[in-house]
Design a protein around this ligand. Structure first.
Ligand code: PMP
Length: 376
């Protein structure tokens, strides 16, 4: 790290490192849960045409309310979840990372607590830190499922303003059923928030990987009409194969969305982003065309890993948590030496790999077999 002596960095940030997976130039990158299949030439053509159309207007600020994009996202969600939402129920930002930050800015803050279920996505405690929100977790069971009653008891005890449920969870891939989410939503609707008399916790369901679940799995969107404090976040970065554009979005009651509008930066979503996202959403079928194949790749890879004597967490996402290794770092390094970048993340002894193309998965298998043999 750079020497920061004499720089007035916030004292609570002293010694902190910027978060992020290594971005290395290696042949096979299976470390950030992207969709490995590039946009088709038709999508590229539409995006290029739309950007060309708006380029002459780039002296003007974009639509701050990004209404056309919210309409397109409502159409997408209707297709995916069967739930019809209005523009007022939707909000987009630069990745679901920014959505989460806005949620913490609006509902967290000094004297407030956010509560989640560990192990989970490692960015959440950073949003908490950045917004001076206290961070607490309830441990998941040994199979990484959520103990709903233990969660409800913790919410009653801690009185958080934000409860974060990730389904499927990162880095474990574990889903939580909509029935279990509803039990937590119903409890939240009755329970108090420390420091906010009369208020109840916002229940954020992070569905970044939802499209990778079995088709027809009900989404937490079905709860929004009955539980106005349920906020369901999704992203175009994963199944939708659009990580480079940085588009995430959240669906909730109008009151929750309006609260996010208070903390957003003016014109946070650029005209280029809005145009590109609208163009890609016109090709929804194509953008999602590899999702079924990636699900099959996940199942095949999980069986193969198990056949190698490894433990694999049950996953509904596009990645697998596998282990256990006495020396994870040695496995990670061995893989990297063979041109395969995976992720050192999650519980002790485990590594995470996301699903690549068929060719990439062959390289992954060969490399892992060689590394395991070498380390024996
Ligand atoms: N939520 C979860 C659970 C994730 O794993 C990620 C990406 N790793 C995100 C949110 C953020 O994704 P993005 O900002 O690209 O939408």
């Amino acid at each position: 790290m750079t020497d920061m002596t004499g720089i007035p960095l916030r004292s609570d940030l002293l010694g902190e490192e910027p978060y992020g997976a290594p971005q290395l130039d290696v042949p096979v990158c299976l470390n950030v849960n992207e969709n490995p299949y590039a946009p088709s030439p038709e999508v590229v053509e539409t995006i290029t045409a739309r950007i060309a159309e708006i380029a002459p207007t780039l002296n003007r600020y974009p639509d701050r309310e990004h209404t056309a994009l919210r309409e397109a996202l409502a159409t997408y969600l209707k297709r995916e979840t069967g739930v019809q939402l209005a523009v007022e129920n939707l909000w987009a930002a630069n990745g679901s990372n920014e959505i989460m930050l806005q949620i913490f800015q609006a509902f967290g803050g000094p004297g407030r607590t956010a509560l989640s279920f560990a192990p989970t996505y490692s960015m959440y405690p950073e949003y908490a830190r950045d917004t001076f929100t206290a961070w607490q977790t309830v441990p998941r069971r040994s199979d990484f499922t959520v103990d709903v009653q233990a969660g409800i008891d913790a919410i009653a005890r801690v009185k958080p303003s934000i409860v974060l449920l990730t389904s499927p969870n990162n880095p474990t891939g574990t889903p939580i059923s909509v029935q279990d989410i509803e039990r937590i939503a119903a409890a939240c609707a009755e329970l108090p928030v420390e420091g906010a008399p009369g208020a109840h916790p916002v229940l954020v369901v992070d569905e970044a990987y939802a499209e990778f679940r079995a088709e027809g799995t009900p989404s937490a969107h079905t709860l929004i009409a009955r539980y106005p404090l349920v906020a369901v976040s999704r992203t175009l970065s994963k199944a939708f194969a659009f990580a480079g554009a940085r588009v995430g979005y959240v669906a909730s009651s109008r009151a929750v969305i309006d609260a996010l509008r208070i903390v957003r930066m003016p014109y946070h979503l650029s005209a280029l982003t809005q145009a590109a996202a609208l163009a890609a959403l016109e090709h929804t079928e194509g953008q999602l065309s590899q999702v079924a194949h990636l699900r099959a790749t996940r199942e095949e890879t999980a069986s193969w890993l198990r056949s190698q004597g490894l433990e694999v967490a049950a996953s509904d996402s596009n990645f697998l948590l596998f282990g256990r290794f006495a020396d994870c770092h040695a496995v990670f390094e061995g893989m990297l030496a063979r041109g395969v970048l995976i992720r050192e993340v999650g519980p002790e002894g485990y590594l995470r790999v996301c699903m690549g193309t068929d060719e990439e998965m062959t390289v992954f298998r060969n490399a892992l077999s060689a590394v395991v043999e070498e380390l024996e």
